[in-house]
Design a protein around this ligand. Structure first.
Ligand code: AMP
Ligand code: FE
Ligand code: FE
Ligand code: ZN
Length: 278
């Protein structure tokens, strides 16, 4: 069993990179990819521990992108070693939009009467805080009683304090990943391709821009979803990726490797195929 979709404290997970490697090794995972949102710091920090524990650690990333006015997540995997320096610099430049969004979000929350300041956000969120950290603060300060309520009332697109981020287009991100030696995989497409009639057409369009994989296993899927993405990947000759989308205590229902109540089990052969095509 492998897990190709996980987050650390360098984005919105609650396990440090070292703790995540420890948990993966204890679980007996044959490979782990760290796919933090918009940063490689979790992977970089985890590498020495992975070498120590003899864990096959894969460099990954989950990019926030824009596609037809929607926010879409794109996974990138660097199976042949680390990403090139110019790709890393591009990632660093995209992080600025997250910091700007965070500042604006604090201002909007304050205007809505929420007692919050930017320092608190970085205290709990570390170097690159995201909306889940804002949700944690809203819960801790008793403005809301759950993560869902924090998103519904304040943080989601329909929430009263929503701030949109200046994200790169999905097509540009696919091209950047692929031309930097990575494999681009559409993360949990179920979230934005709800209409299965047009899903395939959209994915064909993305393949024209360089997309090579889709996420076939994910903790949000039913077994029927997995089956239909598997069939689609075979029909379109796409590679398959998969993982739990582990976030530690920020998504307490999701376990490393096995997802929600064991609904994820990613076979190692999928990684062998990815490596062959990398
Ligand atoms: P950010 O990248 O900072 O804009 O935050 C996006 C993250 O917030 C996503 O990756 C999810 O983990 C989380 N998120 C987004 N919408 C919701 C929601 N409605 N409920 C709970 N978590 C959400
Ligand atoms: Fe996340
Ligand atoms: Fe995601
Ligand atoms: Zn994720």
């Amino acid at each position: 069993m492998i897990d190709l979709h996980t987050h650390t404290t360098e984005s919105d997970g609650t396990f440090t990179p070292q703790e995540l490697v420890g948990a993966a090794a204890d679980l007996g995972l044959e490979a782990l990819a760290i796919t933090d949102h918009d940063t490689f710091l979790g992977y970089d920090t985890a590498l020495p521990s992975a070498q120590e524990r003899g864990l096959d650690l894969i460099c990954g990333i989950e990019l926030s992108t824009k596609f037809r006015h929607q926010s879409v997540h794109l996974l990138g995997y660097f199976l042949k070693g680390d990403p090139p320096e110019d790709f890393r610099q591009w990632i660093t430049s995209t992080q600025k939009t997250r910091h700007q969004r965070n500042e604006e979000l604090v201002r909007k929350l304050q205007a809505c009467g929420v007692n919050i300041d930017l320092a608190e956000v970085y205290d709990i969120g570390g170097r690159l805080p995201g909306r889940p950290h804002f949700a944690s603060l809203l819960i801790a300060k008793k403005y809301v009683s759950s993560r869902q309520q924090a998103f519904d009332e304040y943080l989601s697109e329909s929430g009263k304090c929503f701030v949109s981020r200046d994200e790169h287009s999905l097509e540009e991100c696919i091209q950047r990943l692929e031309s930097s030696g990575g494999i681009a995989s559409l993360a949990h497409p179920i979230r934005f391709l709800r209409d299965s009639a047009t899903a395939e057409e959209t994915i064909r369009h993305l393949m024209d821009t360089g997309l090579r994989a889709i996420e076939v296993h994910h903790s949000d899927y039913t077994s029927m979803d997995t089956q239909s993405y598997l069939e689609m990947s075979q029909r379109l000759k796409l590679l398959s990726t998969g993982g739990s989308d582990f976030h530690g205590a920020n998504k307490p229902m999701v376990s490393l490797g096995t997802g929600k109540q064991g609904n994820v089990c990613v076979p190692k052969v999928l990684l062998d195929e990815l490596r062959q095509q990398a």
